[in-house]
Write a new protein. Structure first.
Length: 327
């Protein structure tokens, strides 16, 4: 009993995040508590039929909004094995909260379809957002952000912001552009790890660029939060890229740099493709083709530059090592 109590005290925020995340599914029937007659409650029984009535090209995204809280909760539970799972669970919950909030409007104004469920536009994103905040508290408690972290992250975010202004070329008159903004973000995540990398690249830099690009906040969840937050994936490869045995350029480090950059670019591609379908009403095929025109090129240029400066990065890491808490 004493061990159980100690476990609860130590992981209280995590347990609250899991419980609240599961409440997202209970909230599917939450609106029924306000109904005064059985006829109104019957509306909830047609939930699956209503979702199935959504056009096939959008039905997947409705189910995605419903599945993501469960995925986030599972990842939070796995954080007891490794804290990085908690980071992933937090990211999924935050993305779902924003995504679910805008999805009813996308369906109503994008294709003229009213989902018709009050809780879907309020209960689900609200409860998921609360769970995400508790998850953020859990993750941040294991990642102490010091002055050196803030200084380096601020400098690299500023560099990325400036590089975003210099377009190598643009796809179409109002399309995506190819630039080197991902290079500082890759370096940031590689130096500071995936958790701090996601906070800096996805939340801070993503929000700044979303506000200044002018495409609207509806594009933030997947084009920016996930799109630029994807750079954090490279932080998972840090032990393989910056090991004590590596003193300068080496084949092993270059290979893992390429794999890490490729993984981050693929994740950005997935996020932007989902955004293209949900926000801009592209078909899935059209969304993939459009994002293929610039995201792989941006990622490739970033990877090439990163591999080119790998040797100097190792020297900087030796001179100014980042203190890391054991996983």
């Amino acid at each position: 009993m004493e061990k159980t109590w100690l476990f609860i005290k130590e992981h209280l925020a995590l347990l609250i995040a899991i419980v609240v995340g599961l409440l997202a599914y209970i909230c599917f029937g939450g609106a029924a508590f306000s109904y005064e007659d059985e006829a109104e409650k019957d509306v909830l029984l047609s939930f699956v039929d209503t979702i199935n009535a959504v056009p096939a090209s959008f039905g997947f995204f409705v189910y995605l909004a419903l599945i993501m809280p469960g995925v986030g909760v599972i990842l939070l539970g796995l954080s007891l094995i490794h804290r990085y799972f908690g980071f992933a669970g937090m990211a999924v919950l935050f993305a779902d909260a924003i995504f679910a909030f805008f999805l009813p409007d996308f369906l109503e104004y994008g294709i003229g379809y009213d989902l018709g469920f009050e809780f879907f536009g309020s209960w689900l994103p609200s409860v998921t957002l609360v769970a995400a905040c508790f998850a953020l508290f859990t993750v941040s408690s294991s990642e102490k952000i010091e002055i050196a972290d803030m200084a380096e992250m601020g400098m690299l975010i500023g560099m990325a912001f400036i590089l975003n202004l210099f377009k190598l070329f643009t796809i179409g008159s109002d399309g995506g552009s190819v630039n080197l903004q991902m290079v500082p973000l890759f370096i940031l995540a590689l130096r500071r790890g995936p958790v701090k990398g996601f906070v800096a690249c996805g939340i801070v830099y993503g929000l700044l660029t979303c506000l200044t690009d002018g495409y609207g906040f509806a594009t933030y969840p997947f084009d920016y939060l996930i799109g630029f937050g994807s750079a954090a994936l490279i932080g998972f490869f840090r032990p393989l890229i910056f090991s004590d045995s590596q003193q300068t350029y080496n084949v092993k480090g270059e290979i893992f740099l390429f794999i890490a950059g490729l993984s981050a670019t693929l994740m950005r591609m997935i996020g932007s493709t989902i955004s293209s379908v949900v926000v801009y009403n592209y078909t899935l095929a059209a969304g993939i083709l459009y994002n293929l025109t610039y995201i792989p090129l941006s990622g490739l240029f970033g990877i090439i530059v990163l591999m080119g400066i790998y040797g100097p990065m190792i020297k900087i890491e030796k001179m100014f090592p980042v203190s890391r808490k054991p996983a």
